[in-house]
Design a protein around this ligand. Structure first.
Ligand code: GLU
Length: 593
């Protein structure tokens, strides 16, 4: 590397460049946000996104390259599962910070031919050599979150390729190789770096700079992030996909790609990880029954454990069902009092009980109507619940078990896409490498996840075990909530979002807006966010949600005005066609045909 430029030491030069790039990125993002801002009308914002109509099929994803590629597959006679493969592989290229083949995903799928709703778990697993104490420091205290995120220690066995391959084998229509071609071609020809990608690289520049492959791909030699508009090629990714095109999932879970992953993880400077070839070769997708809650004439269905998504969304809805939210509407603080406290109670149960149910006994009754009805009595007051009374409940258990509350942290990245094909098949998929840019380790043109930081760093509290503690082969608890809403056995809505543990709040709000407040999917997505997880009420900055600061404080909440970066992508299925929405907070695109 050049040591000096204009006689300035390279590290100082790098800092200056990062500062300038940060200023540019912030300016671009502010400019973009200003034009995107949600109008002060609370029920329907006017933004660059419009409700999109389609007759036969539709895709909604977080990136135009991905939506176009998926839509082309549908045009060529592919089905929703075929389009899913292509969209995911293109997202891994153009939105590398959010999801990809180095990560994991959950799929909620409606198979139209058999009129069957099912779910597939492609979540990462902890290495067989993992131990419950591996994220504690030498003093037995939890290590700092980012010290664990960055490097090999946080990498779980990736599930995404196996999910795509197995589900395609079972339901796909077009040949596997054809579905990989769009991503391979785009990786070779290059794609344009967006403002968002530039801003995110800038934000993570320091950590990306640590590893040669990541540094060379995202930064210049001096550490300057890729500028917006740069045409970025990824030959290594194209080569990886070509191997997977020929060899299928086996080419990823064994052979050269697997060896490269394991080598990178085990040799990560400072924080080597414990992933082995055996972890990769043993990886399996798990089909699981959907978790559904009957809500106001609909069945709201989604992903069960190891995700807490459907259970926690379901609890929020089940708790507010006894309130007249529909009549009160989105402008009434009463609605947000009920939603806010219902969310706090649901998150309390989530923290105590929810984890990978293949490893820990979970109460069977978390969505039990009697349990939720009884618990909803806590919501009958005129002001916010005092924090002391927001405790986990006692849902019906099969076996007696007392878990300690969980302390795991989640920070946002991730992507959600929805697809409906002309045969009526529906894909609702949320996909992630966990933190933005995952572990920052890159191999074969893709980033490796840091999903293991979704486990509790602390395995036990006061001699009680934490349900979501790390164990060999276990899947870390997720908040991802890919959802399909059913009516009389048919799908009527698909939606989901990124956003760490706020995913649950984003999805619940969108469902309430669509079901109780009769908004279309675009309006429901755009409706400003008011999210309460653990007591503090987050109000979306720059939107009409800010006007709830005073009324909610009067009700006893502490409020916090902040950016709330969801990425909701959804499709409504009506008797006369499809309507799709994309989140104006991201760069998504809906295409209907
Ligand atoms: N890893 C998180 C989860 O599985 C998602 C991360 C995010 O959305 O930012 O819940």
């Amino acid at each position: 590397m050049r040591r000096f430029l204009f006689a300035i030491p390279v590290n100082v030069y790098r800092q200056i460049c990062i500062l300038l790039a940060t200023l540019l990125a912030v300016t671009l993002v502010i400019a973009q946000d200003a034009s995107d801002s949600v109008a002060p009308e609370f029920s329907s914002g006017t933004t660059k996104q419009q409700l999109v109509h389609g007759k036969n099929s539709m895709v909604s994803s977080a990136n135009p390259y991905a939506s176009r590629a998926g839509s082309d597959i549908l045009k060529r006679g592919g089905n929703a599962v075929d389009a899913m493969v292509t969209i995911q592989l293109v997202l891994g290229l153009v939105e590398p910070q959010s999801s990809g083949i180095g990560g994991g995903a959950f799929l909620v799928y409606f198979d139209a031919k058999n009129k069957r709703l099912t779910t597939f778990d492609g979540r990462e697993t902890a290495p067989l050599a993992a131990t419950p104490e591996m994220f504690l420091d030498d003093n037995g205290q939890p290590a700092s979150f980012f010290d664990v995120v960055v490097g090999g220690r946080s990498v779980g066995t990736p599930g995404t390729i196996k999910l795509l391959f197995d589900i395609h084998k079972r339901y796909g229509q077009l040949p596997w190789e054809d579905l990989l071609k769009p991503a391979i071609q785009l990786a070779r020809e290059g794609f344009e770096v967006t403002n968002r990608l530039n801003a995110l690289i800038t934000y993570a520049a320091e950590s990306l700079y640590q590893y040669p492959e990541t540094r060379d791909y995202f930064l210049s030699e001096e550490g300057v992030p890729l500028f917006p508009g740069t045409v970025l090629k990824n030959t290594a990714y194209a080569n990886t996909l070509e191997m997977i095109s020929e060899g299928g999932a086996d080419a990823f879970y064994g052979g050269r790609i697997a060896e490269a992953i394991v080598h990178r993880v085990q040799n990560s400077e400072g924080t080597p990880g414990r992933l082995t070839l055996e972890d990769l070769s043993r990886y399996e997708i798990v089909e699981r029954p959907p978790v559904c809650l009957a809500y106001r004439g609909y069945d709201v269905c989604g992903m069960g454990p190891p995700s807490s998504g459907a259970l926690t969304v379901g609890q929020i809805l089940g708790l507010i069902e006894h309130h007249n939210i529909g009549e009160w509407g989105p402008r009434s603080p009463k609605s947000w009092l009920a939603i806010g406290d219902a969310s706090r109670l649901a998150y309390a149960d989530r923290g105590r009980y929810m984890a990978d149910s293949d490893f820990v006994d979970m109460p069977k009754g978390l969505l039990n109507k009697d349990y939720l009805t009884e618990r909803s009595k806590l919501l009958s007051g005129e002001s916010a619940l005092p924090s002391g009374s927001v405790q986990p409940g006692n849902p019906p258990f099969d076996h007696a078990h007392l878990w300690a509350d969980d302390k795991s942290t989640e920070l946002p990245s991730t992507s959600h896409f929805s697809i409906v094909d002309s045969g009526g098949n529906v894909v609702s998929m949320t996909t992630t490498i966990e933190n933005g840019f995952g572990s920052r380790l890159m191999v074969g043109g893709f980033l490796l996840n840091n999903e293991l930081t979704d486990f509790s760093f602390v395995p036990e509290v006061d001699e009680k075990l934490v349900a979501n503690r790390i164990e060999p082969g276990k899947r870390p608890r997720s908040s991802m909530a890919p959802t399909i809403v059913m009516k009389d056995g048919n799908p009527v809505l698909t939606v989901g979002s990124p956003g760490g543990s706020r995913i649950i709040g984003y999805v619940a709000k969108t469902l309430i807006a669509w079901i109780d407040w009769d908004m279309n999917i675009q309006q429901a997505i755009e409706l400003p966010h008011l999210i309460n997880r653990f007591g503090e009420y987050d109000l979306e900055k720059g939107t009409a949600a800010e006007s709830f600061e005073e009324p909610l404080e009067r009700l006893g909440y502490v409020t916090n005005i902040r950016d709330l970066n969801s990425g909701l992508h959804g499709i409504e299925i009506n008797p006369d066609g499809l309507q799709g929405g994309a989140d104006p907070r991201r760069e998504g695109l809906v295409i209907g045909q």
